[in-house]
Design a protein around this ligand. Structure first.
Ligand SMILES: [Zn+2]
Length: 229
């Protein structure tokens, strides 16, 4: 493997572009670490940390968790991860230019000076996303939540409508309904160019992966472009 220092991998791509699937492959096959801001929120709440108590209160009052709180959480987690040499996939972060700026600022700290940031853009036309999401199924078990796709042979469940991992029923996500998909795509595109421009201007190479093809092809291309053997 040629990625020999600590690395952060940021997958940028619209909902349904396969960020989750690609992340899972990297975790399972390369033993990389992955975390999402959602996972972190739940972890802090469960462990009743200071941050967790704050987040719990905000969620219960029906408000949105602020960028500054999310950034603080990500910074803490990165500090923990990079005590050892590691490869960390950030899932769903940064979502806005403000968060991208914050990530860049976090990485200026001396404890992160060996960490390389890799921006990987998953490229796919909106029309394909809509088609893909409308064929997506998810395991109904909250602890499992494995994602399947009826449009990709390698991502289909072995038995129709049954999860390969835990045998629970598969369901369609309500937010995969068409109006919700269009809304999410609109929000995504609103921020995508800003984030990419920001990282590009900072001198980071942006790796583009065309993801309108079978997942194993995408994975191989990803390894090649990151110089991983
Ligand atoms: Zn399952």
């Amino acid at each position: 493997m040629k990625l020999d220092t600590s690395n952060i991998i940021v997958f940028l791509g619209p909902p349904g572009s396969g960020k989750g699937t690609l992340s899972r492959l990297c975790v399972n096959r390369l033993a990389w670490t992955q975390f999402s801001t959602g996972d972190l929120c739940r972890e802090h709440i469960t462990n009743k940390t200071e941050l967790g108590k704050n987040i719990d209160f905000i969620i219960k009052s029906g408000k949105l968790i602020s960028d500054s709180l999310i950034i603080k959480m990500v910074e803490k987690e990165l500090e923990k991860q990079f005590k050892n040499q590691s490869k960390v996939i950030l899932d769903g972060f940064p979502r806005t230019k403000e968060q991208a700026v914050a990530l860049s600022n976090i990485l200026k700290a001396s404890c992160f000076n060996q960490v390389k940031l890799n921006i990987v853009k998953l490229d796919i036309p909106d029309s394909d996303i809509i088609l893909r999401l409308s064929k997506r199924m998810i395991c109904s078990d909250k602890k499992c939540q494995t994602i399947y796709s009826l449009s990709d042979i390698s991502l289909r469940p072995k038995v129709e409508n049954i999860c390969d991992n835990c045998s629970s029923n598969l369901i369609k996500r309500i937010d995969d309904e068409i109006d919700a998909i269009l809304d999410r795509l609109k929000i995504y595109h609103l921020h995508e160019n800003d984030i990419i421009d920001f990282f590009h201007n900072k001198g980071h190479k942006i790796i583009t992966l065309s993801v309108n093809r079978p997942v194993e092809d995408i994975y191989r291309d990803f390894l090649t472009k990151l110089n991983i053997n």
